[in-house]
Design a protein around this ligand. Structure first.
Ligand code: GRF
Length: 194
């Protein structure tokens, strides 16, 4: 089996990125994580990836100022050099331009810590608690130009417990994310190549 070449985009810790790298190392996984890319040169996840022997590069957004498309064209060039086929956003905290999404549509996926379409955007756990929800979860979806929208690939449900705090709930959801994301990426790739 020829494995799909994946780039994982991060801006921070990259715990989902680590889950994807680990899953990719099992023999029948349909993808390999070829590189990790961050818009922030100081993202802690970059050194975590390197420690696992995965190439990790920063394409700093700072020199591009407000020109997001120019930044993304530089990213796109890095992906081209590495022959990347799929992108998995994993805590990449920058909205992508319609140009970039258009280049990658169908091969660009994201994980979001809520049961979309509920709670797109930030602060999902606090919002779920304030609404009195008894369950929440996470969603892996294809990326479209609109934020946290796009066809859903899979979701995992997580109970909200009495006396939960946003932090406790975030930690429980993050564990579910680490199981969901590798499987959902595999499913998306297998579905697209069938
Ligand atoms: C996760 O909660 C993910 O759903 C969201 O950003 C967070 C990233 O966490 N998009 P990590 O960097 O993977 O630990």
């Amino acid at each position: 089996m020829k494995k799909a070449r994946v780039a994982v985009f991060i801006s921070g810790t990259g715990s989902n990125m680590l889950a994807l790298i680990e899953a990719a190392r099992t023999p029948d996984c349909p993808y390999e994580v070829v590189c990790v890319l961050s818009n922030k040169p100081d993202a802690p996840g970059l050194s975590h990836a390197r420690a696992l022997g995965v190439e990790a590069i920063a394409v700093d957004q700072t020199p591009f100022g407000k020109n997001r498309e120019a930044h993304e064209r530089a990213i796109h060039a890095e992906l081209g050099i590495r022959n990347i086929a799929w992108i998995a956003l994993a805590g990449y905290m920058r909205l992508l331009t319609p140009w970039f999404v258009g280049q990658w549509q169908g091969r660009l996926i994201n994980i979001h810590p809520s049961l979309l379409p509920k709670y797109p955007g930030l602060d999902t756990h606090r919002r779920a608690l304030e609404a009195g929800d008894t369950k929440t979860g996470c969603t892996v979806h294809h990326v479209v130009a609109e934020m946290d929208a796009g066809p859903i690939i899979d979701q995992a449900r997580v109970p909200v417990l009495e006396d939960d705090t946003p932090e406790a709930l975030a930690a429980r959801v993050l564990e579910a994310e680490h199981a969901l994301y590798p499987a959902a990426l595999a499913r998306a790739i297998l579905t697209a190549t069938r």
